[in-house]
Design a protein. Structure first.
Length: 140
């Protein structure tokens, strides 16, 4: 079975992004460590798209990842500096009685305008753009 991160990398490459895994294994603590405590993958494509940081997770774990993000000064600083961040949640979805396919829901994150000067403080508020969330699917 492929991981959510490998699915994310494959979809990004298919869409023309240049991407790199930034999550690393720490053998001393025996834990995976994300860049700035949150990013699994960084990607860029063409001028105007900016640099995109992605947290890749399962559909069931998306809420926990969003709660974790609220406490990370690194993520708030990333957004305030103009970086883009998205939460990608993967799950098998489809109509009842039909074959399920792996689908991703992309949730962009952004800071409210008033909080830009407060970047780096723990508990930085940010907005999840559910209205702009998009879906893509991958057959397996």
């Amino acid at each position: 079975m492929r991981s959510t991160t490998s699915r994310t990398l494959a979809l990004l490459r298919k869409e023309g992004w240049v991407c790199q895994l930034v999550e690393v294994w720490n053998p001393y603590s025996r834990k995976r460590q994300d860049l700035f405590g949150w990013f699994d993958v960084l990607a860029f494509r063409r001028p105007g798209d900016g640099i995109l940081g992605i947290q890749s997770t399962t559909g069931a774990n998306a809420g926990a990842r969003l709660r974790k993000a609220e406490l990370l000064p690194g993520l708030a600083g990333w957004l305030a500096a103009g970086g883009r961040a998205e939460l990608w949640s993967w799950a098998k979805r489809g109509p009842r009685g039909k074959r399920k396919v792996w689908t991703v829901i992309r949730r962009p994150l952004r800071l409210p305008l008033y909080s830009t000067v407060l970047a780096g403080q723990i508990g930085m508020p940010f907005v999840v753009e559910d209205a702009g969330a998009s879906e893509a699917s991958e057959s397996t």
